[in-house]
Design a protein around this ligand. Sequence first.
Ligand code: GRF
Length: 195
Amino acid sequence: MEKSIGKKLNTSVFISGRGSNLKSLIKYSKRNNKKIKIKLIISDNYFAKGLNFAKKNKINSLIVDYKIKKFAEKKILLSLKKNNINLICLAGYMRILSSQFIKKFGRPILNIHPSLLPKYKGLDTHKKVLKSKDKFTGATVHLVNSKLDAGKIILQKKVRIYKKDTEKSLSKRVLKIEHKLYPAALDKFLLNTKI
Ligand code: GRF
């Protein structure tokens, strides 16, 4: 039987699109021995499909206009403070957080990336992977620092690449493991970290 635990960490998930990782994180957070409570969803995109998961699960969301990045980040920081957020999980967030933002937040920020980092940072990951002669790709959950996809790695999982793979088939196979990897990485991270 799963034991229930005391105080949960107020967590904010940042998304830009589909939100399938958000969905898996919400499911994870609702298991009663888990240490996080997803309290706030941040999006830079009014039309992000993932915002529907926020609605469905009655989680507050904030949609931020990024015309001026400095103001966008200021607005986000205020909202994080108001909601007492002490952990951020980036899940398909298409903006790079400034080093000032990371510093001002001052708490851990995690991200999931669809490659075996440090390989294939940035965009078009699966395209780059298919151009390589690699036999495996995968996904990585890592801490965010001011360099792109370069913070400390928390957990990775490998996925086989087949000759017949296309960007679509590969991204589908990787995404499936992402949905297990992010929760597993959070378990590992929270077990070893005092926040
Ligand atoms: C995932 O592949 C994630 O690794 C990358 O962006 C994608 C987001 O997918 N950073 P979703 O919005 O969680 O479905």
